[in-house]
Design a binder for this molecule. Structure first.
Ligand SMILES: [Zn+2]
Length: 64
């Protein structure tokens, strides 16, 4: 059973990787999921500059 802190750390890890990967606005980037090493995809919105990323393997999803 995961506790809240573990979930938070995992979210942070995923988001940090997405931030490093998605440098240009409006372009989709593929990256290796830091949680499961699966295939993840992220994008920086051209509307508000927010990062939206998700992993197709572990279903991790972040938005910031
Ligand atoms: Zn994953």
């Amino acid at each position: 059973m995961e506790n809240a802190q573990q979930v938070k750390d995992r979210d942070k890890l995923f988001l940090e990787k997405a931030h490093k990967t998605c440098v240009k606005i409006g372009k989709a980037y593929e990256f290796e999921c830091p949680i499961c090493n699966g295939y993840a995809i992220g994008m920086k919105s051209n509307v508000n500059g927010h990062i939206v990323a998700s992993c197709s393997v572990c279903k991790m999803r972040v938005r910031q």
